[in-house]
Design a protein around this ligand. Sequence first.
Ligand SMILES: CC(C)(COP(=O)(O)OP(=O)(O)OC[C@H]1O[C@@H](n2cnc3c(N)ncnc32)[C@H](O)[C@@H]1OP(=O)(O)O)[C@@H](O)C(=O)NCCC(=O)NCCS
Length: 146
Amino acid sequence: MSHETSGISIRLMDATDLGRGFLDALRALKPIELTEQQAIDVYRDRLKSRIRTYVAVIDDRIAGTASVFIEPKFINSGGVVGHIEDVAVHPGFQKHGIGRLLVEHLLNVCREFHCYKVILDCAEGVIPFYEKIGFHRWERAMRIDL
Ligand SMILES: CC(C)(COP(=O)(O)OP(=O)(O)OC[C@H]1O[C@@H](n2cnc3c(N)ncnc32)[C@H](O)[C@@H]1OP(=O)(O)O)[C@@H](O)C(=O)NCCC(=O)NCCS
């Protein structure tokens, strides 16, 4: 499924997007130090793990990205959960609705997989962004560093 609005198209990432500024867009989230080959290896590992990475493309450049993992569960009668990860819009393209378009696209993907809920972790500062899309605060995140 791809989506086109006012010169922005949202589609699944492919490896050639690494040459269209994909990592520069993702750096909005965190510094990234990967060689081109390492980035290709990560891309392939993510495909094997069935992580779906989407990109927002403007004039053949990657303006933003977001990923989703679809998890069929044993609990809830085999219900399906969508996990959103790594939403990032290149600083030069922020506040133009691209983040919202990406997340709404992922929500439609989750609907196609009949997810009964979609969850994500985020920093306090971006809670208003997700609330505007319709998310609400829910439970607590936990972490252990290994
Ligand atoms: C958070 C982020 C993805 C938002 O992308 P964006 O393209 O700038 O957001 P949009 O333009 O689609 O914003 C949609 C709405 O949310 C609002 N919004 C966006 N970021 C916001 C923020 N940090 N705080 C409050 N509101 C925010 C916008 O003003 C807009 O409101 P409107 O609909 O009333 O006009 C982007 O700022 C980013 O990449 N940040 C750095 C990485 C990051 O924190 N990612 C989230 C990881 S969980």
